[in-house]
Design a protein around this ligand. Structure first.
Ligand SMILES: CC/C=C\C/C=C\C/C=C\C/C=C\C/C=C\C/C=C\C=C\C(=O)SCCNC(=O)CCNC(=O)[C@H](O)C(C)(C)COP(=O)(O)OP(=O)(O)OC[C@H]1O[C@@H](n2cnc3c(N)ncnc32)[C@H](O)[C@@H]1OP(=O)(O)O
Ligand SMILES: NC(=O)C1=CN([C@@H]2O[C@H](COP(=O)(O)OP(=O)(O)OC[C@H]3O[C@@H](n4cnc5c(N)ncnc54)[C@H](OP(=O)(O)O)[C@@H]3O)[C@@H](O)[C@H]2O)C=CC1
Length: 187
């Protein structure tokens, strides 16, 4: 692990609002599950009986997060390196999930990119990068999950959006556009 990496922490004294086995033996594929909000989504799913695959670009952090999650919950968490902008990575990652668990029930599209930048200073590539991660990444993962498993077995896709696109938002026009694409086109 690189020394600057933040070690994600699980919830202390987790209190159940739903039955603790409500996701028993289900499998969730969670992009962005190595950190932040989606790490905690993975944790809560696991506390309710769900095995998980967490996907992102930084394998070291994913491995550490998977160990932390499995230790806290007693469930399996498989870390997979994949850049959601690259269809071949996504195909390999969903294949890995199906090899490990033989099923897929839930996809969480949480991988995202953001930085604060006025539009007047933003490069072509900066704007494109955020759209490719958030919007195209969501499409890529959803398409592969559907083609490889959901088409025949059904399943649930949850896309993590934001409220940035509902009104104008200073310094985050790129993310507003990307999240609007998720909200309007893919829901
Ligand atoms: C929430 C804002 C996030 C960070 C800002 C920091 C502090 C926040 C302070 C206050 C917050 C205030 C309000 C927030 C309110 C609401 C938030 C709502 C929604 C949040 C949505 C989120 O998605 S949060 C998740 C954030 N997490 C991440 O972004 C992690 C992953 N990010 C990355 O990997 C990189 O940041 C990346 C998105 C740039 C992608 O990496 P990579 O593919 O390696 O790309 P690069 O080659 O590095 O860059 C590609 C082009 O983008 C240009 N670039 C990169 N950073 C900046 C920058 N800071 N400003 C301007 N341009 C930037 C880069 O130069 C490249 O362009 P070129 O033309 O040079 O090629
Ligand atoms: N934080 C906030 O205030 C808000 C967040 N959101 C949304 O919630 C979700 C989680 O955000 P948050 O927890 O803050 O962010 P984090 O920065 O902790 O998480 C972003 C995750 O996305 C992964 N990721 C980024 N780019 C790629 C890529 N190209 N391929 C695969 N994985 C990638 C990162 O992993 P890695 O670096 O390993 O690739 C990281 O784990 C996002 O969808 C965000 O837009 C919505 C509203 C507000």
């Amino acid at each position: 692990m690189a020394s600057e990496e933040v070690v994600e922490k699980c919830i202390e004294n987790y209190k159940y609002s739903f039955r603790n086995d409500i996701l028993s033996e289900k499998v969730a594929f969670i992009t962005g599950g190595g950190s932040g909000i989606c790490f905690t989504i993975a944790e809560i799913f696991m506390r309710h009986g769900c095995h998980t695959v967490i996907a992102g670009r930084k394998l070291g952090r994913l491995q550490l997060s998977a160990e932390t999650l499995s230790k806290a919950t007693g469930l399996r968490c498989v870390p997979v390196q994949a850049d959601v902008r690259k269809p071949q990575d996504v195909i390999a990652a969903i294949d890995k999930c199906l090899q490990e668990f033989g099923r897929l029930d839930i996809v969480i599209n949480g991988a995202a990119g953001n930085f604060l930048c006025p539009l007047e200073n933003m490069s072509f590539n900066a704007f494109k990068t955020v759209l490719e991660i958030d919007t195209m990444g969501t499409y890529n993962v959803s398409k592969v999950a559907f083609d490889k498993y959901f088409k025949d077995h059904g399943g649930v896709i949850i896309n993590i959006s934001a409220t940035l696109h509902l009104r104008g938002n200073l310094l985050q026009a790129h993310v507003g556009v990307a999240k609007a694409g998720i909200g309007k086109a893919l829901d």
